[in-house]
Design a protein around this ligand. Structure first.
Ligand SMILES: [Zn+2]
Ligand SMILES: [Zn+2]
Length: 264
């Protein structure tokens, strides 16, 4: 629904010679929406898996690829973006996962009191390439205005929304991949990682899809030697057998600021 097949197409063609087709009858909004009309109850990983499985059923394929993302505001205005991409291979029995956690370059959504504030916000996050969603609340029920694709539409919908708003008006980025260039870039990178992962065989059983499955924490504090929560190594694994390798990261000593003993 959001053109994500385009984000995977090049990497899968170049690295694997594989063709990506979007499942036509798949309504991915049923798995949850960013603007909250349909809450997403499962984790990003299980949601992505469910999407891939549903697409495979509809298209009668043995292979499925799907992504899922979340945006959450932790401290202040920082927005954390988690993206997960899963690949399912029903012939080999594989469920492979690529993921990333980044600080989104987009400003968090906010309540606005005037149309001008909404326009400033939209400009600040790169509208119209980055789309926005206006939301009004009335007796606790939110109504979303999406598909605002140019300034004129933003002005006319904004005027109407501010005129009729009983509670408050908020504006937020449209996080759907086809309306969010920064998120599309993250998903494209995960698709590249997945294509390369699928081109990598397990050294032991030769199943494709060998790649990072875990990390190992515990870089020692440079002051006292206590293990910190800084990542010391990546753990690569096979989707089929139990073979794993440890790939140490370059950092060997952690600053005491990350040490629970020196900086509790
Ligand atoms: Zn220490
Ligand atoms: Zn293996």
């Amino acid at each position: 629904m959001h053109g994500k097949e385009v984000l995977a197409r090049h990497a899968f063609a170049d690295v694997l010679g594989a063709n990506i087709v979007a499942a036509q009858q798949l309504n991915t909004d049923l798995f949850g929406t960013f603007s909250g009309e349909i809450p997403r109850t499962a984790s990003p990983r299980s949601t992505a898996l469910a999407k891939a499985r549903r697409g495979m059923e509809l298209e009668q394929t043995h292979y499925g690829l799907a992504s899922e993302g979340t945006f959450s505001t932790g401290f202040g205005t920082i927005v954390e973006n988690i993206e997960v991409l899963v690949f399912v291979d029903d012939i080999l029995g594989l469920e492979l996962v690529e993921g990333s956690i980044i600080i989104s370059p987009l400003l968090a959504g906010r309540t606005v009191r005037h149309l001008n504030d909404a326009l400033h916000y939209a400009t600040a996050i790169g509208f119209p390439e980055q789309r926005v969603i206006l939301q009004t609340g009335h007796n606790g029920v939110a109504t979303s205005f999406k598909n605002i694709d140019d300034r004129e539409t933003l002005l006319s919908i904004g005027e109407k929304v501010f005129r009729e708003a009983n509670d408050s008006v908020s504006i937020m980025p449209d996080y759907r991949a086809h309306h969010c260039p920064s998120r599309a870039a993250v998903i494209r990178t995960l698709c590249e990682q997945m294509a390369h992962r699928l081109a990598t065989e397990c050294p032991l059983c030769l199943t494709p899809g060998f790649g990072q499955v875990d990390v190992e924490y515990g870089v020692p504090c440079e002051s006292c030697g206590t293990a910190t929560n800084i990542i010391a190594a990546d753990i690569h694994g096979c989707g089929k057998c139990t073979y794993r390798t440890r790939v140490a990261r370059s950092v060997k000593r952690a600053s005491p600021q990350w040490c629970n003993f020196c900086n509790p």
